[in-house]
Design a protein around this ligand. Structure first.
Ligand SMILES: Nc1ncnc2c1ncn2[C@@H]1O[C@H](COP(=O)(O)OP(=O)(O)OP(=O)(O)O)[C@@H](O)[C@H]1O
Ligand SMILES: [Mg+2]
Length: 250
């Protein structure tokens, strides 16, 4: 399974003299749920933009399955098995939920791309998996925020990723929608075996769901460890709350 390891090393990007990310390294083993935390502007989305091919790094490497991804176009990164969602949410609003998933299916591995009825059936199956059974014919413009986010998740699942990058999937959701959304994310890992790398600001959710957390601050990796280690890390607490000598989150 080593071919499914995502290995990021010394990743940096400079925007006109500003280092948005500096020397960030980590490894994601297959089948894990990893949380990425950090205050606003820490570089979390920039990290996803680099891994997914939106930005080309100034330096460093991104290896997946032994292959170098740094500098590849986003669609090539997607075909290599890395999928993502967007912080602002970007489903195709002029298409139905089902059509959004059909678009994702077109980006699967060459040779595995389904057509016609098979694609339709697979799209229905994926909508069922994420809990949107019976919503396939609705236009995205008619869906609520939670449903739009889940359609975006279904679309990326249709590309058959091995690693899924989630950028604040829960942001803006009604508190009563959090538990069903978290349930779907857990299922993605548990039943599909996909590694999930999950940026979220709701600390409690990351602490309870993730096995490992990476903390970014001012573009650098500040800490990494189990939720228990991060919860009691005084350096992390200081970055969030500015309190020296604090006792962490607990
Ligand atoms: N294309 C760009 N050009 C210039 N600066 C950029 C660009 N993209 C990101 N940045 C800068 O990089 C820094 C990190 O931004 P990023 O969006 O990665 O933060 P974040 O951790 O995702 O924050 P948030 O929690 O608010 O989403 C910010 O200072 C941002 O202004
Ligand atoms: Mg962000």
């Amino acid at each position: 399974m080593t071919d499914e390891v995502l290995d990021v090393r010394n990743l940096s990007i400079n925007f006109g003299g500003v280092m948005a990310l500096r020397d960030v390294s980590f490894r994601i083993e297959p089948g894990r749920i990893i949380g990425i935390m950090g205050p606003n502007g820490a570089g979390k989305t920039t990290l996803f933009n680099l891994v997914s091919g939106v930005y080309r790094p100034t330096s460093g490497s991104i290896r997946f399955g032994g292959r170098q991804l740094a500098g590849l176009k986003p669609w090539k990164v997607c075909r290599s098995g890395i999928g993502r969602t967007f912080q602002s949410g970007r489903p195709f609003t002029n298409l139905t939920a089902l059509e959004n998933v059909l678009v994702g299916l077109r980006y699967g591995k060459p040779g595995e791309i389904l057509g016609g009825k098979d694609a339709h059936r697979e799209a229905q199956r994926i909508l069922g998996f994420v809990g949107l059974d019976g919503h396939g014919d609705r236009h995205v413009s008619q869906l609520n925020l939670m449903e739009r986010k889940i359609v975006e998740l279904a679309r990326v699942l249709a590309t058959r990723p091995k690693v899924l990058l989630l950028d604040e999937l829960l942001a803006g959701l009604n508190p009563m929608d959090l538990a069903p959304a978290i349930h779907v994310i857990r299922k993605v890992r548990d039943e599909m075996g996909i590694s999930v790398v999950w940026i979220e600001h709701i600390m409690k959710v990351l602490m309870e769901t993730c096995e490992h957390l990476i903390v970014l601050h001012h573009g650098e990796k500040l800490a990494e460890g189990t939720p228990a280690e991060i919860a009691t890390d005084t350096v992390v607490a200081e970055a969030y709350f500015g309190k020296k000598g604090g006792r962490g989150f607990v």
